[in-house]
Each structure stands twice: as structure tokens, then as C-alpha cells.
Design a protein around this ligand. Structure first.
Ligand SMILES: [Zn+2]
Length: 241
């Protein structure tokens, strides 16, 4: 059973641990075309969780190595690698060319930007984050409410000590679990079904082997999807910097 997109397909942000797990699952679901955007290069120290990259690729752009590996394993899946950072300058253009956005990035600034850009463009966003031995998922539905910012509101200040995967590491299998769930959710949306994670924050804890859901509603004061938004297309770059 496959889920072949008849349109512009999926934009996957990130080709690291989570991005690799998600890309593998998206390709296994037959989702095509698959556009992957990331400006990072392959480092041997991260390969334990980057299942589509290998030591022979060290120093190469991750998206190129990822596209080659997927192309060999899934020749019917069209992969478009874009060796750029997903940023405010290219977000609008990249979102124009996709049906669904899947966030496989590894930093909060990109996650807030992905949310804001998708809300403003009216594109569905399947969010996930993997840190340490667990992670989380939620979906911003087409139309943008409720969104990631309804729940998390503001990008923490750099000194706020928010843990990142580069600082605390990620248990190798965790991005695979989250990536598989992201791909299932993207496939639902492409089939025209309601997203399973809209208005629900899914939390996965691998040591406890638990997965729980917290329901949340749209925040009328949300800065991007609320009744008086202060984040607009024109202010996007300033808001995420
Ligand atoms: Zn919101």
C-alpha cells in the first residue's frame, strides 16, 4: 500500500537524525515527490541516528547523500534535494511547491519559522522534535488553527537553557519512531483525511515506553493565528531572528 501524491508532494525540513527517519518512512509510504531542505554537512559523530547517511559521505551536503540513498532504495520516489537552510528568505517559495510540510529540523528557531510560515500560507504542518530519549509531535492543520505557537508561544531566549539534540544527544531509535509517525500523518493528510494530531500534543517517552496525548485549543491571543496577529508575511523575518 502506498500513498502517492498527485500534486506537489511533501516538503521535509531537515536531513539530520529526525529528517532521515522521516524521509525513510515517507519514501516507504510511496510519497512522491519529496523535497528535502537542509544546509548541513555529514559528520561522522552523528551517524548513529542518521540512518540514510554513512561515513563515506562525511563532509558532503546531507541532502545530496540522503537523496542518493533514497534513490537507490526507492527508485520510484522523486527526491529533490535543496542544500539551503530553511529560512525566512526562502520559506514562502518552498511552501508554494508542496501539499504538506513535515518538520524534521533539530532547532527551535526553525520550528517556530516553519509554524509561522505554514500558518500564513495555509499549509498543513506535521511537527516533531526528538531530544534525549523521547520526543513530541503535533499537526498544524490546513488553515492554521490551532498552531505550534498557540501552545509554545515564543522562541525561548538563547540563555533560557532549552535543551537541544546537539547538546543532550538523541537515542538512535527515537527519531525513527517519530519519523514513522510523521510519515503516517503526512500520508493521512495527502489522502484527504483529517490529521490525527491536530490540537493534540503527542509525547513519546522511550524509557517508560509511553505515548500520551495532551489536547489543546487555538489561543485567541496567538501572535500568528489569533484574532489580532502581530506576525505577518512582512514581519516574518524580523520575528524569527
Ligand atoms: Zn496559533
Amino acid at each position: 500500500m502506498t500513498t502517492e501524491s498527485t500534486g506537489a508532494g511533501v516538503l521535509l525540513i531537515g536531513a539530520g537524525g529526525l529528517g532521515c527517519g522521516t524521509a525513510l518512512a515517507l519514501a516507504a509510504a510511496g510519497i512522491s515527490p519529496l523535497t528535502v531542505v537542509d544546509d548541513d554537512h555529514v559528520e561522522e559523530s552523528n551517524l548513529h541516528r542518521q540512518v540514510l547517511l554513512s561515513a563515506k559521505d562525511a563532509g558532503r551536503p546531507k541532502v545530496l547523500a540522503l537523496a542518493e540513498t533514497l534513490g537507490e532504495r526507492f527508485p520510484s520516489v522523486k527526491v529533490r534535494p535543496i542544500a539551503q537552510r530553511f529560512d525566512a528568505a526562502n520559506a514562502v517559495r518552498l511552501l508554494e511547491d508542496c501539499d504538506v510540510v513535515v518538520d524534521g529540523s533539530d532547532n527551535l528557531a526553525t520550528k517556530f519559522l516553519a509554524n509561522d510560515a505554514c500558518v500564513l500560507a495555509g499549509k498543513p504542518l506535521v511537527h516533531a522534535a526528538a531530544v534525549g530519549t523521547g520526543g513530541q509531535l503535533l499537526t498544524v492543520p490546513r488553515g492554521g488553527r490551532p498552531c505550534y505557537r498557540c501552545l509554545f508561544e515564543e522562541l525561548p531566549a538563547p540563555e533560557a537553557d532549552a535543551p537541544s539534540c546537539s547538546e543532550v544527544g538523541v537515542l538512535g531509535p527515537v527519531p525513527g519512531v517519530l519519523g514513522a509517525l510523521q510519515a503516517c500523518e503526512a500520508a493521512r493528510i495527502l489522502r484527504g483525511e483529517s490529521p490525527a494530531f491536530a490540537g493534540r500534543l503527542i509525547r513519546y517517552d522511550s524509557p517508560l515506553m509511553t505515548m500520551g496525548a495532551i489536547r489543546f485549543r487555538a489561543n485567541p491571543s496567538c501572535r500568528v493565528c489569533g484574532t489580532h496577529p502581530s506576525i505577518t508575511a512582512a514581519s516574518l523575518e524580523e520575528c524569527v531572528s
